[in-house]
Design a protein around this ligand. Structure first.
Ligand SMILES: N[C@@H](CCC(=O)N[C@@H](CS)C(=O)NCC(=O)O)C(=O)O
Length: 225
């Protein structure tokens, strides 16, 4: 199998790529990375200079692709399937890429910042960073809520990389800044993402590991128990 995805089943950025692969039925070999093991980490840093997961390796083209948005771009170019992840029309493509960025930078990253803070020892936590991250989440939720009043997907009319970018950070953000009652369109959109077979599969595969998510007790039990 030419495609290898280096991943961890709990990793929200890995979920973004898995969702795209499952949407298009793209065959690949998942390879679990253990960044906590010093030897495995040292080997992995040769593939991924910042030590981030996921990484896509394409043996048939001798290519190593880092950064999820670039990985999805790569999949669209070399492994297209029934779902067009990035529209061919340049203006529509730019919109989709913008919303991919919004989900990564203003929902995914602040969500990660809050989770990372919970892993710090007492005395090393940073309440101000956490409050700023939560405020960014609320601003982003407002923006997506407004956008969803104008179109069915934040990226535009149809499913795209923006939806792949949205699902997992929204999933984990439920444990940090719940939006079910404050942002009804966002909540309905998130429910629709949960219903997609691609994302449902991601969550089924992640379930045995969910107990290791530090805020697992704040997630709906059907995804964790
Ligand atoms: N901008 C990167 C972010 C990837 C990322 O943050 N991955 C997390 C897992 S969800 C990670 O590797 N964390 C380990 C670390 O930072 O040491 C991308 O889009 O690929």
């Amino acid at each position: 199998m030419p495609l290898i995805l280096h991943l961890h089943p709990l990793s929200s950025y890995c979920h973004k790529v898995l969702m795209a692969l499952y949407e298009n039925g793209t065959p690949f070999e998942p390879r679990m990375v253990n960044l906590g093991d010093p030897d495995a980490r040292a080997a992995y840093l040769k593939l991924s200079p910042f030590g981030k997961i996921p990484v896509l390796q394409d043996e048939s083209r001798d290519a190593t692709v880092i950064e999820t948005s670039t990985i999805l771009d790569y999949l669209q170019q070399y492994y297209p399937g029934p779902v067009t992840l990035i529209p061919h029309d340049p203006d529509t493509a730019r919109e989709v890429r913008l919303w991919d960025r919004i989900f990564d930078l203003y929902i995914h990253q602040p969500m990660q910042r809050v989770v990372a803070d919970t892993l710090r020892p007492e005395g090393k936590r940073d309440a101000q960073t956490v409050e700023e991250a939560r405020a960014t989440l609320r601003t982003a939720f407002d923006l997506v809520e407004k956008r969803l009043g104008e179109m069915p997907h934040p990226g535009g009319a149809t499913f795209s990389i923006a939806d792949c970018a949205a699902a997992s950070p929204l999933f984990y953000a439920q444990a940090i800044e719940p939006f079910a009652t404050t942002h009804p369109r966002l909540a309905r959109y998130f429910e629709a993402l949960l219903q997609r077979p691609s994302y449902a599969r991601v969550l089924v595969e992640a379930k045995p590991f969910m107990k290791y998510f530090p805020l697992a007790d704040r997630l709906p039990a059907r995804f964790t128990a």
